[in-house]
Write a protein that binds this ligand. Structure first.
Ligand code: URA
Length: 486
């Protein structure tokens, strides 16, 4: 009997070398005992015993596909994997088509191992949650993540993270090895890594994101738990929300249904109501310039969008705010309520504004276009982006809001706002983050639109965009603090 002792941490090379020697020495599978180091036995002695015919390996040929299959299966944590692979390797010398026999007991076991490893790798790609840590070099941001895979998949999955997150330094630590990227070199280790400490702000971002994308009407608890198994929850900051979201789902579905059923009143009824209201209030003689502007805008017919929207959604905030945020256009919730940024994008906005220690009540929040543009799909009204003509018609209102409020900083949330404020169409990435002088010593800052973040299909990209959005708003706060007092 030969005993082979391996580290068994997903290193295909160590198994391959041992298996090759055994095969050359014609050691049959039932004559080999495979064991993991640390499980007793003489590690060095047993390997030495297996090296009697090291040179004669040239006639070992394996069918295409075996190496790839074995490289995956060796990452499984099943202690029988070494014996299984050697048994298959042995049989392949005679049974050249063995890999195609899916009903064979060894092959079906091999298939099961590979499937489990691939699934674990997929879960790692989906559930790794990076946390930002202080960087020594300000130029590159640094992130760490802790993940608990079932199998030794870190090395084979690390390339995915390198391709996806090339522009930041990161470390993924797991009890089954670690991977690190510094912009130039990907390093992997099979040694168990220590768990990085403590929760940080990125965790809160994940929770905000998850709460925003959670759709109670689509809740299928069993499907959700099979996609996001409970064992991963403890390392996913947003998972702490799940029980409450599930518990409140029924109520929220009822609320959504009630909201969807509500029809905006017809246009002529709205106009009549406005006129009646104005007469009741005895005209607009005592109104502030901003309130008068709002009144005027309520009857705006400068473009056809007013025909289908419930009402004009004008800006909101103090008459003399120092900071003005300009979004794109009201969404469904804003259209029905008549207030800007109170729906899902508004929640992301509020969260980031709060994190930057900016009081929402002290800033003026408005939109480049004041009416909701949408397309009907059944009972739902789906957001449609305004075109350049609609933005141009509404610029008139934005310019007058700036004139009245006289903000010292204007923040464009997205490309439509930038177009409205400058007349230029530019990708946000080109103008983001640098203060652009406007008239009257006013500064324009440009960042992304929170709704664009919510629409991103990729969870990691979404979390990073949220972090960047937050950091832009902190930049707004910093710029504000450096302005000379007036
Ligand atoms: N998106 C906007 O641009 N503005 C809003 O008010 C809501 C969503």
């Amino acid at each position: 009997m030969r005993t082979v002792t391996l580290e068994g941490q997903g290193d295909f090379g160590e198994w391959r070398d041992a298996a090759r020697r055994l095969l050359v020495d014609a050691v049959t599978p039932d004559q080999v005992r495979w064991q993991l180091s640390g499980q007793g036995g003489d590690l060095f002695g047993s390997m030495a015993e297996a090296t009697t015919n090291e040179g004669g390996t040239s006639d070992i040929v394996v069918p295409k596909g075996f190496i790839e299959a074995a490289e995956a299966a060796i990452c499984h944590s099943d202690p029988d994997r070494f014996a299984l692979l050697y048994r298959i390797l042995w049989r392949l010398q005679e049974e050249r088509s063995l890999l195609q026999v899916s009903s064979d007991v060894d092959i079906s076991q091999l298939t099961r191992l590979i499937k489990n490893v691939r699934r674990d790798s997929h879960k790692m790609k989906a559930f790794v949650r990076f946390r930002e840590v202080e960087g020594l070099q300000a130029a590159r941001r640094r992130f760490v993540a802790w993940f608990e895979p079932e199998h030794f998949i870190v090395s084979r999955t690390a390339g995915f993270f390198q391709r996806r997150f090339t522009d930041m330094d990161w470390l993924i630590a797991t009890p089954k090895g670690s991977a690190a990227w510094n912009g130039e070199e990907l390093k992997t280790s099979r040694e168990p890594a220590a768990r990085p400490e403590a929760e940080d702000e990125t965790d809160e971002l994940w929770r905000t994101y998850f709460a925003n994308i959670f759709n109670p009407a689509r809740l299928k608890i069993r499907a959700m738990q099979s996609e996001m198994p409970k064992k991963y929850w403890k390392n996913m900051p947003e998972a702490s929300l799940i029980p409450d979201l599930i518990a409140g789902a029924e109520r929220r579905v009822a609320e959504m249904a009630a909201r969807q059923a509500s029809q905006p009143p017809a246009f002529h009824e709205r106009l009549q109501a406005q006129w009646r209201g104005r007469e009741d209030e005895g005209g607009d003689a005592d109104l502030s310039p901003l309130a008068r502007l709002r009144e005027e805008a309520a009857g705006c017919t400068r473009c056809p969008l007013h025909c289908h929207a419930t009402q004009t959604v004008f800006g909101e905030g103090p008459d003399q705010a120092d900071i003005m945020f300009v979004g794109e256009q009201p969404g469904d919730t804003e259209d029905l309520a008549g207030r800007p940024f109170i729906g899902p994008a508004g929640q992301v906005f509020d969260e980031a504004v709060g994190a930057a220690e900016i009081e929402r009540g002290e800033v003026y929040v408005t939109n480049a276009v004041k009416h909701f543009k949408y397309e009907r799909r059944g009972k739902r009204r789906i957001h449609m982006p305004p075109d350049a003509g609609e933005v141009a018609h509404c610029r008139w209102w934005v310019a007058r809001e700036i004139e009245v409020i006289k903000p010292r900083i204007v923040v464009a949330l997205g490309a439509t706002a930038y177009l409205s404020l400058t007349g230029e169409s530019r990708p946000i990435a080109e103008v983001r983050g640098m203060p652009i002088p406007m008239q009257d010593d006013r500064m324009l800052l440009v960042t992304t639109h929170p709704a664009a973040i919510l629409r991103m299909p990729d969870a990691d990209l979404k979390a990073r965009s949220l972090a960047a959005f937050r950091s832009d708003l902190q930049g707004v706060k910093r710029l504000y603090e450096t302005l000379p007092a007036v």
